[in-house]
Design a protein around this ligand. Sequence first.
Ligand code: CA
Ligand code: CA
Length: 370
Amino acid sequence: MVPPRILVLLPLTFASLGCGGPAAVPAPPEEDEVPGAVCTNRIDYTLGSETHYTAVYHYDEGGRVLQYAERMADGKQIFLVKRGYDARGRRITQNVEDGRLGIPHRDMTWEWDDQDRVIHTTFVRSGSELHDGTSESRFFFDASGRRERDEFFTDGVLSSVSHHRYLGGEPFVLETGRDTGGDGTEETVYRGFYAGGEWLVKAEHVYMNGEQIVTEDFTYEDLEAGHVSRRDYDAEGDGQADYVDRVFWGEGGLVERVEYDTKGDGVLDQSVDFEYEDGRIVSRTWDVFDQGTQKFITDVNWSGARLDRVARRYVPTGEVIETWVFSYGCEGDKPMDVPIAPIHGFEYELMTYPFLLHFEDRFGGFPEML
Ligand SMILES: [Ca+2]
Ligand SMILES: [Ca+2]
């Protein structure tokens, strides 16, 4: 299911933490001893002119992330992720220590079947009285290998069950009913309609109390290629779009521009333009019209196929808001995939396509827990 996309201005989340004091110079990162690690990559992050963080990834021989740590300029560790893998290289454990605003300790496990599908996850939160607890998910598949049922538990008690029903037809309908409490009564139903069994053309979120039907309609410029040109989001199913996105494609199947009409009144509220060189993004321009006129540009520099530097600036003043500088101690292309990490905002700056529309991506690949 594709949630409505809400653009929020300037998420300067780190600013409130404040390093205080005079402008600090980034210190060389401390290299931890990580058993099994063979090399490290690093990101130096600067927010404004005063706040510096360093992130270091440690990789094993197979190129998997064993540890990811973020430190402040004074060396204090503020975020740590450790991952463990089974003999087949599949992630089975993750431990997070969050010294910032999050839940201090988070321990996760993933259990796989012999077809490389995750069938069971656990997520234990500790260290904050308010949010401590255990979440658990179990995923079940039918005889033909399709996802059939998901069960969710909170502190050992069944909290909800999702049933996936493959209704067929053209467009092909996948219906997911969510039963809160697992008492046999479904409170919400989601229906995805896939043209040719492949591309989402319509989505409905139905609240069974009759109160609301959220509807999304997708129009394609090129259905074969999955190039969507427009999404109409109707928040209450009255047939009037409340939010309209338009996507413009360029040569080589790259997204050149996305327009957001956040009130569905035909007036453009925000837009994002992308520029590419050799098929790689080099510039992202974000124009905002609905909260005063504002313009942000993200410049992306590459060194060969690798990210070298990403910097986001506020155009009217020229002020650089945040900068990511990448350095590589490892050969080849290693994953930088710790989506929960505070410094990972660069991924958002590089993202050009706003939707998840292909049927195969319906359940995603790997169930991350944040
Ligand atoms: Ca129920
Ligand atoms: Ca409406």
